[in-house]
Design a protein around this ligand. Structure first.
Ligand SMILES: [Zn+2]
Length: 136
């Protein structure tokens, strides 16, 4: 018996990565319940709606959890790893750069930007002054 395998080309995850690679960071938003969805999915995890549209988030977020991975300088040096709560709702794993890694605390305000590591475009965050919204 031959089974037909359904190959998904250009699924939500690829669409997401293609957008980031084009410096166009967008995340999905449900057209029914209007909740933002991340990571990319084919259906809204809240209501099951299959129509998700891509929207550009503000990029503003709050550090939910943070850690520093200690690495020797020849391996790239210390690196931050954080969970960031976007103001739009979703929580995503990323890294905070351009910062004193030891000074990053839960609750800090951060702003997303698209950076590049080893030729790959990635959404990263920088600290912002919570009173002015400006980069620290
Ligand atoms: Zn929904």
């Amino acid at each position: 018996m031959k089974t037909e395998e359904k190959v998904v080309v250009g699924g939500p995850d690829k669409q997401y990565r293609d957008r980031v690679a084009a410096s166009n960071w967008q995340i999905q938003c449900c057209t029914a319940c209007e909740k933002f969805v991340f990571p990319p999915r084919v259906a809204c995890p809240s209501c099951g709606n299959l129509e998700l549209e891509w929207k550009t988030p503000s990029g503003a977020g709050t550090v939910y959890s943070t850690t520093t991975m200690r690495r020797p300088a020849e391996a790239g040096g210390d690196q931050n790893l954080s969970l960031i709560d976007l103001v739009e709702g979703p929580r995503l794993m990323s890294r905070i750069v351009d910062a004193d890694l030891d000074a990053i605390e839960c609750g800090d305000q951060v702003q997303a930007f698209i950076g590049e590591i080893k030729g790959e475009a990635l959404v990263m965050f920088r600290p912002v002054d919570s009173t002015t919204g400006e980069a620290k």
